[in-house]
Design a protein around this ligand. Structure first.
Ligand code: CTP
Length: 428
């Protein structure tokens, strides 16, 4: 396919480099048309080296080939990523003041735009009107992802991951899009049609009918993951282990598809595995007890005056995450674990996280530092996402909701990449 990749001037231009590589790797011819500001973020040599074609914003170069008309006319698909507020405004008003806007005016093929900007700019009535105009005229404007923006701020305005843009753009170009996928993408529902299982909270292992061994997990991060997945269109099963009351209240109006309340690790394991059999993604956010009392008598253990306490013998629990990672109950399933670490004399939080990622065999491990106002029971979190080999693939911080968004961005990219193979095969 002959693709024009328009790039306008935003920090997210670096993601367009990855998009270019992805499209090239799939055998498409790609001509990059940057704006002047895009070239201030990523220079022409990068675009030219990776595309094997010239990259300029100028209409007065190579004039004998009339590029400002020829590029648009000859394209099978135009993708603009990132599309800034300014680019959307110029495109909506029909300007032709550089090579990209001229190309947009002459293109008669499908046009896909992936906006990226700060939330305020995205939500401004001027931008809303420009997007509405462009959609009315047939352009496919992908709804920006929600998550971390350039600074510490979060909200809608983030460029979706390159895999997701490629998936939508190629589906639109093939005409194989039944409309619903594009609408889902437009509404930020990038997990539509996916089934996910999230475990949240902390398991409790009975010592006797009234006492248990437990942990401090409130379940907030897991519940935020479930809520965000639901908002992004997934079918969500939440396996909830002993949530804190304020967190349990959040679940009530989250509209999740299925909520299974469990107490012990054995119950959690059974519920997670049952749902995982048909799931595309399993996220083990629960703090699962590693050990349980070997015997839990059916009657309350009594204190006998003058006799000290009996020791509690413990046995090891199965590692639910490692089992799921090794057994792979469903082909192509993305298995995500969490690791709450403190760092010690043997290594930093990240050292421990990386070692755990390799040990557990999960596709992704979300490593978070606990203690000092982070992690358990508070709404702030600061995480590093590593893959199964321990490589860092993302970092995120802020509220647990922002962290949930960032985690789903990574997971959605993996799930989309898994199904991209099908779309590409059809394109060739
Ligand atoms: N986990 C699990 N089953 C267990 C223990 C942990 O599925 N029996 C999962 C958790 O849900 C989490 C990940 O494994 O996703 C990491 O949990 P963590 O307690 O940090 O790992 P451990 O292997 O217990 O390591 P540590 O020695 O640090 O406690």
């Amino acid at each position: 396919m002959r693709i024009v990749l328009g790039v306008s001037g935003g920090v997210a231009a670096y993601k367009a480099v990855l998009l270019l590589r992805l499209l090239r790797e799939q055998g498409h011819r790609v001509r990059v048309v940057p704006t002047a500001s895009a070239l201030r973020f990523v220079g022409a040599p990068t675009w030219e080296a990776l595309s094997g074609e010239p990259a300029t914003d100028q209409v007065f170069e190579d004039v004998e080939h009339v590029p400002h008309v020829a590029l648009g006319q000859g394209a099978d698909l135009v993708v603009v990523a990132p599309a800034t507020a300014d680019l959307l405004a110029r495109a909506a008003s029909g300007r032709a003041d550089d090579l990209l806007t001229s190309t947009l005016l002459t293109a008669r093929c499908p046009v896909v735009m992936a906006p990226a900007m700060h939330t305020e700019m995205w939500e401004h009535p001027a931008t809303r009107a420009n997007v509405a105009t462009l959609r009315e005229r047939g352009a496919h404007v992908i709804e920006p992802a929600s998550g971390r923006l350039t600074g510490a701020d979060t909200g809608p305005g983030r460029l979706p991951e390159p895999e997701e843009i490629a998936r939508v753009a190629l589906a639109v170009a093939e005409g194989s899009d039944d409309g619903s996928r594009d609408e889902d993408a437009a509404a930020g529902r990038d997990l539509a049609g996916r089934r996910v299982v999230v475990s949240a909270g902390g398991t409790r292992e009975p010592i006797d009918p009234v006492r248990f061994i437990g942990n401090r997990s409130s379940g907030r991060q897991g519940v935020e993951l479930a809520r965000v997945a639901r908002a992004r269109g997934a079918h969500v099963t939440l396996v909830a282990a002993n949530l804190a009351p304020d967190v349990a209240a959040l679940v009530e109006d989250a509209g999740l598809d299925d909520v299974v309340a469990v107490e012990t690790t054995a119950q959690l394991r059974e519920a997670v595995r049952a749902a995982a059999a048909t799931a595309d993604v399993v996220v083990m956010a629960a703090a699962v007890a590693d050990f349980r009392p070997a015997h839990a008598p059916g009657a309350k253990i009594k204190k006998v005056p003058g006799r000290g306490p009996e020791p509690i013998a413990l046995v090891e629990n199965p590692d639910v995450l490692a089992e799921l990672a090794h057994e792979r109950l469903r082909a192509g399933q993305v298995v995500v674990g969490f690791a709450a670490e403190t760092g010690d004399a043997d290594g930093s939080v990240l050292d421990h996280g990386r070692a755990k990622a390799r040990r557990k065999g999960a596709d992704l491990l979300v490593v978070n530092a606990v203690g000092e106002g982070l992690g358990f029971g508070v709404d702030a979190n600061d995480v590093t996402v590593v893959d199964g080999s321990g490589e860092v693939v993302a970092t995120a911080g802020g509220t647990k909701r922002a962290v949930a968004d960032a985690v789903w961005d990574v997971v959605a990219g993996r799930v989309a990449a898994g199904s991209l193979g099908g779309a590409v095969a059809r394109a060739e």
